[in-house]
Design a protein around this ligand. Sequence first.
Ligand SMILES: NC(=O)C1=CN([C@@H]2O[C@H](COP(=O)(O)OP(=O)(O)OC[C@H]3O[C@@H](n4cnc5c(N)ncnc54)[C@H](O)[C@@H]3O)[C@@H](O)[C@H]2O)C=CC1
Ligand SMILES: O=C(O)C(=O)COP(=O)(O)O
Length: 394
Amino acid sequence: MSKKTTVKTLNAISEKGLSLLTEDYQLDEQADNPEGIVLRSYNMHDMTFPSNLKAIARAGAGVNNIPLDRATEEGIVVFNTPGANANAVKELVLTSLMASSRQIFDGIMWVKTLADQGADVPKLVEQGKKQFVGKEISGKTLGVIGLGAIGARVANDAVELGMDVIGYDPFISIDMAWNLSRAVQRVLDIQEVFEKADYITMHIPLTDDTKEMFNKDTFKVMKDNVYILNFSRGELVHDDDMKQALEDGVVGKYITDFPNAKTLTMKHAIPIPHLGASSEESEENCAIMAVRQLMDYLETGNIKNSVNFPDAALPYRGHKRLTAFHKNIPNMVGQITSVLSNFNLNIADMTNRSYKEHAYTLIDLEGDINDADFMGLEDKLMTIDGMIMTRVIQ
Ligand SMILES: NC(=O)C1=CN([C@@H]2O[C@H](COP(=O)(O)OP(=O)(O)OC[C@H]3O[C@@H](n4cnc5c(N)ncnc54)[C@H](O)[C@@H]3O)[C@@H](O)[C@H]2O)C=CC1
Ligand SMILES: O=C(O)C(=O)COP(=O)(O)O
């Protein structure tokens, strides 16, 4: 790379990750036209993508804060960091599960109200503690919805804590299925989770399909006094229905990592200020993974852990490389190679991978090639019907 590549951050990103950027990069929080963006939960939906932007790296799991369709249409790769914050979230889920079950949060709030009682505090504590008799989780049923990086860890550890665990995930990956404890009972119908669980924890992405999947119809099926843990996204729950279910005692407690004006005033809601991924270790893991993936793409065109492009890689041997992102339709590769042969360029290696309606082609070009050999190449490739983005890496 001759000129420095600009990377902009939209949230505070761990220095452990940012320090991986070499001298070929400049980190500029004020940059108007960066090639790469690294962010956490910053909402990008109202943002116009800068014209130079090639890649967005989400240091974390959820990508509902990024307009994925628009990024795809503009040929911008979006990465996330699968699993990098899963242990942090799992630990907070289990902490909250046990602490809420033992009425710890309510107990702490109450005991603080005794601050002006002087020498009577110990006596008042002993008298008042009967209000906060909790339940042990051992022997109870935990329903886990979504058995991905977080859900599978929660399920496995809950088994170790003596819980009966039922899990629901119709799209579970083979890796996650292998990692799941055999004691976790997988069910094919989510209703079974709703009917049987004493505690339900959700670990699924927010999508059009999952939005408000916790609502009055689903609460109706649940056991009375069920505890619901939401460390995924606030919009998975219909707030007004939750408020009613808490008031009616259908839901005993709602532990949410995504408070809003409504949840903050709900009786028996336990709001946590989105701390699931906020551990030093998780912030470092996510930042390191995000920055590595971003640099690899900007420098070599190789893609790992994208949520809108296919994974694709060719070992980078210093050849001049062409990358192309295009519609996944017949004869794209044929048309690309035909343009290359018109430019007298010979292919050393190539790969073409598809993901849904799009495909990505990486081509290494053979021989001693000058900049002049590329003149007009990208413009010509962009005239191919269905071509979205091309890039020459030299
Ligand atoms: N509170 C926090 O700070 C954090 C929150 N999250 C949230 O948790 C979610 C899950 O994170 P990971 O486990 O890392 O993601 P993941 O991608 O490893 O797992 C998600 C799982 O949900 C499953 N799934 C999708 N739709 C489903 C449905 N309708 N019913 C049941 N299962 C379904 C998928 O098959 C997948 O196995 C993220 O999308 C994000 O919204 C993630 C990290 C931190
Ligand atoms: O990774 C996720 O999906 C999270 O919700 C974590 O968000 P954060 O990086 O803590 O703003």
